[in-house]
Design a protein around this ligand. Structure first.
Ligand SMILES: *[C@@H]1O[C@H](CO)[C@@H](O)[C@H](O)[C@H]1NC(C)=O
Ligand SMILES: *[C@@H]1O[C@H](CO)[C@@H](O)[C@H](O)[C@H]1NC(C)=O
Length: 307
């Protein structure tokens, strides 16, 4: 298949241009296990756990102001913690429901460029096109606005792999510096034995389409924005069975595999979130999102995360 050929070419080329292995990152929530907003000291403890148990170099967040709970002002708390830990941050903005200006104000309040290289970039939106909570015009406008306000900072957007692959994101692709394509074999109801194949196929389709639209193998920085597998206590999705053993298998095969291929990725997520409300899955059933951490909420690793 052409898409696979493109991917192989890109990945064969990338080790020469950059480094051989992809960069590991973690998605981190902005609330503690009791639901309170994480402060600088909470993020410091997060980074200590991540850095002493994994090879991760970067973390990403989702909401700057957190419009669902009390204002967490996450950028102002996480950036100083990351600077002292020596880890980079990809700051997320959650612009759904008219929150763009509020989210931007929370970014501005942190004066993020004062942290230099600690600020890896800023993403506007996470799967909002997939959910239909904003449209392509909104997203392109917000990305342009952020680029004007933060020249020299990488601005990106995250969405489901199939939206990047099937044309939904075509008008966004050439506006952003960073493309984060999320892919979960779990949400495609795959048995663990076929999960890595599905994940690789998802990423190949998304990256292949981005390469076609840009006419380049590496003009835009492509990352896997999220992948993961629910641990013990989580919900099954068809043949995809939750459990710490399957999470570990998926990590060793899918995560270590994609990193080996030279693609950057974010694991969703670092820490269990026992106070997170249930989500409605693609199958319309209630699904727990509490136990996706590769660490428990008290920051104990569930398995060996070195590749
Ligand atoms: C692209 O994929 C998304 C997610 O599955 C779907 O909602 C959308 O309808 C698809 N669009 C096209 C043009 O196929
Ligand atoms: C395994 O994954 C591939 C790639 O996504 C898919 O085409 C195939 O249908 C899957 N096999 C099974 C048995 O579900």
């Amino acid at each position: 298949m052409q898409l696979h050929t493109l991917l192989s070419t890109a990945l064969l080329a990338s080790p020469l241009a950059v480094s051989a292995a992809g960069t590991l990152g973690f998605a981190v929530g902005n609330t503690n296990a009791d639901g309170s907003c994480k402060k600088q000291s909470d993020f410091e403890a997060d980074f200590k756990a991540i850095q002493s148990n994994t090879d991760a170099k970067i973390v990403r967040t989702y909401s700057a102001s957190d419009q669902y709970a009390n204002p967490c002002n996450t950028p102002s708390q996480i950036l100083p913690a990351a600077k002292s830990a020596g880890i980079q941050v990809l700051l997320g903005m959650w612009p759904d429901g008219g929150a763009y200006q509020k989210e931007k104000a929370a970014i501005d309040a942190a004066n993020p460029t004062q942290y230099g290289d600690t600020l890896y970039g800023i993403t506007v939106g996470s799967e909002g096109m997939y959910r239909g909570t904003y449209n392509a015009n909104d997203l392109v406008g917000w990305v342009k606005d952020m680029k004007n306000s933060y020249p020299g900072v990488s601005i990106g957007s995250a969405d489901s792999w199939n939206c990047w692959a099937n044309g939904t994101m075509d008008s966004i692709i050439n506006s952003v510096d960073l493309i984060l394509a999320n892919g979960f074999a779990y949400w495609q109801y795959q048995d663990i034995s076929n999960a890595t194949k599905t994940y690789f196929d998802d990423m190949a389709q998304a990256l292949g389409h981005v390469q076609e639209v840009t006419g380049s193998l590496d003009k835009i920085h492509f990352m896997n924005g999220e992948t993961g597998w629910p641990g013990t206590g989580g919900t099954d999705a068809g043949a995809a069975k939750a459990g710490d053993d399957n999470m570990k298998t998926y990590w060793q095969s899918a995560v270590c595999g994609l990193l080996d291929w030279g693609v950057d990725l974010f694991w969703f997520e670092a820490f269990d979130e026992p106070s997170k409300p249930d989500a409605i899955g693609d199958n319309g059933q209630k699904a727990s999102e509490k136990y996706w951490g590769s660490f428990t909420s008290d920051r104990t690793p569930k398995f060996d995360m070195r590749c």
